[in-house]
Write a protein that binds this ligand. Sequence first.
Ligand code: 5GP
Length: 193
Amino acid sequence: MTEPKIIALTAPSGSGKTTIARRVLAAFPEMTFSVSATTRPRREEEEDGVHYHFIAQDEFQALIDDGGFIEYEEVYPGCYYGTLRAEVERATVAQPILLDIDVEGAVNVKQFYGDDALTLFIRPPSLAVLTERLHLRETETEASLRVRLDRARHELTYADRFDAVVVNDNLEQAVDETIRLVGAFLEPQMDAD
Ligand code: 5GP
């Protein structure tokens, strides 16, 4: 029998995914977050070991060589992100794990874990809305904004390969819908608060 335990949330940056992930974790107190490793530079508000394990390219390569990742991707040119095997292997039915990974990563996780995994795609109502949200965030330069929008366009083409798509038109509704989907996946082992 397979046991539901992995929830992969995917969304173009600026889709409200971080907020949704935080709210899902609050709704399911036994759930923990899988801290990925990345070679991208740390943003000011981020903490090493909490948001990501920020590591150098050679360390990342050593982890690849040692089989330390269940999946990894070069999400942006020169920036690698990977799900650590140790993070996912500690997940159980009673203590599921939440992954925040890109589209290819989520599709790979689904392929590998099948019914043990729920893949959710959080999408903005439109690319125009996404552009506006990224502008408002003001953490991006014009160049990195363009890269992120190109990436978003690419990611949107993957939506139908996910278990479910949640449109973030209204954040509260998107949170509720995501929590409902996660609850239905984990039941009867666990109920939302
Ligand atoms: P950001 O740089 O904005 O934190 O994240 C960029 C993208 O990398 C996001 O879409 C995020 O979901 C994805 N990402 C973060 N960690 C991983 C990971 O371990 N594996 C994969 N495949 N993508 C990841």
